[in-house]
Design a protein around this ligand. Structure first.
Ligand code: HEM
Length: 458
């Protein structure tokens, strides 16, 4: 009898703590399960469901960690931009970072002086290497010329082209050259496959179910059957990675390569699946550029439709399903809630970019939504693929330059289409990011008839 009372009391106490006590003062949100929180529900579409249900701000739980999600452009701006310093911390996930990358060094997961110093230093080095200057543009265009040769050769032989793979290598060469001073060419090409595979495995750990479980209390969970082998795999990946890339370099390589290449992969898929958009783009290129010369950043203001395609690709591909987690560095007031210092919080950019209040018919590819009636490119405050505020993407200008130059030049030279025997999937495999499915496509040389292409491939 006594045992039953004690058992009932314990259950009641757990319920009281889990369903009421730990949630008090936080914005409402889905009911968390003890220990796992809402891990079993977390997915990009679910964030939108929660946004519709709870509005601009809600709380969900990753295990025992409460995360406040902000989903409204005005609220995001007021908090993360206007009061940026208060929101510039990072969620403390030391246990997972220790397993995955030997701690929270680097830029992405550090805080305070360490973060500020590394971010400032990296931006300074990037500037010296030509961020926003011609050197960076030349490096990207050099990569494009190599890409062009490879794609044109394959197309001339009538082969299907692995555009995703070709772009992946080009983007890797750009960042690798910047960080380590070499490109994956000739004998070093095979290193790319190994580096990329390993980095992708490590990045995937962050968004995986096991990653969420190990964020806290990994020292306990690592002994649980099944979880223990996932733990061993993460540690093994980390130790192999350690020999190749450290902290800051890992952050820049992984954040800079995968995201940009993934976005470009989706752009190709969207333009293949929407041939009328591809034709409109090429009509604009023919009208504004009208030759096979390399398209440069100076051409950007004239290429409105292309700018709209880049924007719409970034919105629809929505490649960061759960934005990196911030934490408040002071007591704050947001959307009517008083949150204490050290609350884990993020602006859920993926919800904003799929929110029909900002983008009607959000799952459709419509570059026109970024054009004024007279055809000029117009951005939207709700387009925030790089995040906003103090912790916004450090590589935004580099990424934008890559997206513009590679897409402009690729679609000036080539038309891409689907082979009916090799249908291209648009399935979204959601992990840390959302890489497009592998695909091969038909490539037609657009400028070949004038024999102009051959002149530039040198
Ligand atoms: C299309 C390409 C890219 C996308 C969509 C993207 C997106 C993002 C997002 C959403 C964040 C988190 C913002 C936040 O915490 O609120 C971020 C952070 C970051 N990104 Fe990017 N990124 C891209 C390319 C790049 C490139 C090319 C680099 C560097 C070469 C880079 C380096 C970083 C770094 C270092 C951070 C962490 C910044 C910090 O914590 O202070 N990213 N990025």
């Amino acid at each position: 009898m006594l045992t039953e009372y004690v058992f009932t009391l314990i259950v009641l106490l757990i319920c009281f703590y889990n369903f009421y006590w730990k949630r008090r003062g936080l914005p409402p949100g889905p009911i968390p399960f003890p220990l796992i929180g809402n891990i079993h529900q977390i997915s990009q579409p679910q964030y939108n469901v929660w946004t519709r249900k709870y509005g601009p701000i809600y709380t969900y739980w990753m295990g025992e960690m409460a995360i406040v999600s902000v989903n409204d452009v005005a609220v995001i701006h007021d908090a993360f931009v206007k009061n940026g310093d208060d929101y510039a911390g990072r969620a403390q996930i030391h246990e997972l970072l220790e397993i995955v990358k030997h701690g929270d060094h680097g830029i992405i997961f550090s805080e305070g002086q360490l973060w500020r110093g590394q971010r400032r230093f990296t931006l300074q080095v990037f500037r010296n290497f030509g961020f926003g200057k011609n050197i960076m543009q030349e490096q990207i265009l050099d990569e494009f010329v190599d890409l062009k040769v490879e794609v044109a050769d394959a197309a001339k032989q009538g082969a299907m082209v692995d555009m995703k793979g070709v772009i992946d290598l080009a983007v890797a060469n750009i960042i690798n050259n910047l960080l380590f001073g070499f490109r994956y060419k000739g004998e070093r090409r095979h290193e790319f496959e190994d580096d990329k595979k390993l980095i992708m495995e490590v990045v995937t750990h962050f968004g995986s179910l096991f990653g969420m479980i190990f964020m806290h209390k990994a020292h306990i969970f690592k002994h649980v059957p099944i979880l223990s082998s996932a733990y061993a795999k993460m540690v093994d990946d980390r130790d192999r990675l350690k020999d190749q890339l450290y902290g800051c370099h890992f952050d820049l390589w992984s954040a800079g390569q995968e995201t940009t290449s993934t976005t470009l992969g989706w752009a190709c898929i969207y333009l293949i699946k929407n041939p009328e958009a591809q034709q409109k783009l090429q009509a604009e290129l023919d009208h504004v550029i009208g030759s096979d010369r390399l398209i440069r950043c100076e051409d950007k203001p004239q290429l409105n439709y292309l700018n709209a395609i880049v924007a719409e690709t970034q919105r629809l591909s929505n490649i960061v399903p759960q934005n990196l987690l911030h934490r408040t560095l002071a007591d704050v007031e947001i959307a009517g809630y008083k949150l204490p210092k050290h609350t884990v919080i993020t602006h859920m950019i993926s919800s904003v970019m799929y929110d029909e209040r900002y983008f009607p018919d959000p799952m459709a590819f419509k570059p026109e939504r970024f054009l004024t009636p007279d055809g000029n490119y117009i951005s939207s405050p709700a387009l925030m693929p790089f995040g906003v505020g103090k912790r916004a993407c450090l590589g935004e200008s580099m990424a934008k330059m890559e997206l513009f130059l590679i897409l402009a030049n690729t679609f000036n030279h080539f038309s891409l289409s689907e082979d009916k025997h090799h249908p291209i999937s648009t399935f979204r495999t959601v992990g840390g990011t959302v890489p497009p499915p592998d695909f091969k496509c038909r490539v037609q040389l657009r400028l070949e008839k004038n024999n102009k292409l051959a002149n530039t491939i040198q």
